[in-house]
Write a protein that binds this ligand. Sequence first.
Ligand SMILES: Cc1cc2nc3c(=O)[nH]c(=O)nc-3n(C[C@H](O)[C@H](O)[C@H](O)COP(=O)(O)OP(=O)(O)OC[C@H]3O[C@@H](n4cnc5c(N)ncnc54)[C@H](O)[C@@H]3O)c2cc1C
Length: 447
Amino acid sequence: MQKINIIGAGLAGCELALQLADFGYDIDLYEMRPDVSTPAHKTNLFAELVCSNSLKSNLISTSSGLLKAEMDLLNCKLLQIAKECSVPAGNALAVDRDNFSAQVTHKIKNHSKIRVINQEFYNFTDDLTVLATGPLSSDRLIDSLSKVIGDEYLYFFDAIAPVVSKDSINLDIAFSKTRYDKGEADYINCPFNKDEYYRFVEALLEGEKYQAKEFENDYFQNVEFKYYENCMPIEELARRGRDTLRYGVMRPVGLENPNTGQKPYAVIQLRIENSNKTAYNLVGCQTMLKQLSQKQAFRLIPGLKNAEFVRYGSIHRNTYLNSPRICNRNLSLTNKPNIILSGQLSGVEGYTESIFSGLLTALIIHHKLKYNKDLNLLPETTVCGQLWRHLITDNSDNKKPFIPMNANFGLLPDVYQEKKNKKEKKELLASRAINDLKNYLLSNNLS
Ligand SMILES: Cc1cc2nc3c(=O)[nH]c(=O)nc-3n(C[C@H](O)[C@H](O)[C@H](O)COP(=O)(O)OP(=O)(O)OC[C@H]3O[C@@H](n4cnc5c(N)ncnc54)[C@H](O)[C@@H]3O)c2cc1C
């Protein structure tokens, strides 16, 4: 059986190693800790949860619950261990973090097909190698990688603007239009009058902020400024002056309101977030405000009074790659196909998503090596299928930046049913996903 290098014994790397080892491959698993550590890891254990101990909701009517149900069908190993180490947390799957990591470490270290190499990895060879080194990948590895792929495809921050569901936008107030009517009217515009604009600026200034962690502060100060200037939090721009936003990201030029024929005082543009057009991104609204403050401020935007947040905005250190630009559908680098990406480095975000990514990479590699064929894409109606598509769909033509993605219902194609309430709609989305995944597994001989 072929030998495979896996770099990083984190959430993705451990899932990947256990899957591939059970398929019979010989695995060399490189982990740099404890000799070289990251600013967030505290132990020598594998699959360490660096912050919260929650893998989020178990309810199938939530996107993270659905993702876990799909992962169960795909026979996820770490999810099984997480359930064995769970602690009471209502509807959520929370784990005893030490027990969880200890169990994973034990399984890996005692697997006859896995050899653990306690070493920082940064010299590429021609061996089949999966990089699962996470959001805090070592500097030396990133240096080597940038020589292979080029600096422009490497990101060091997540600067995420909030995303809202389309059906929560009031389209009697907001209107579709592109600036100066150039191109398709793909943007939804929320028009402010003067009072609304200054009230919004006040809410941004008064909002409660997350504090950057110490290591992030150091990093923000040392990293080349080009990375940070592009993702300045909206509340910081507001702090530069009460009118900064309306001369910048909220400028109304070329955006006359077709309902009134007048130029608004300021405008927030919403950009399509997913191919199904069920979710919209608040352009330029990346923020470090706490979620409650985000809700309070962004619901002051005309047309967004009842906005439902598919995801909240955030800014934090996160090394990741522009996978759609540098990878093929199997997540291997187009210019060095023996290197494959996995985990958060490849552009997913979150514990569960990173575990899923390891699982996906294992299935892709096994299918290719065993049948010499590409694994068929997972169904587009599943969260799994959409996370995979996110990593391989290049939207740069639409000037849409590539940002890491977590599970959310906005990714899924809509269900066209008689009027249903939100909960019923989510249940329909979930049962469709599970059915489609079961059929996929049967028709692809994976069950
Ligand atoms: C500070 C912080 C807090 C977070 N909090 C949460 C949270 O609360 N909830 C949530 O869902 N997500 C959270 N995330 C996001 C993310 O889901 C986790 O970081 C997740 O662990 C990523 O999984 P991964 O397998 O890609 O990387 P990791 O789990 O970080 O694993 C990467 C592994 O690679 C090793 N490594 C790195 N470079 C090398 C090298 N050159 N050679 C050998 N080994 C190397 C590292 O030591 C590490 O063990 C957080 C991220 C950060 C940075």
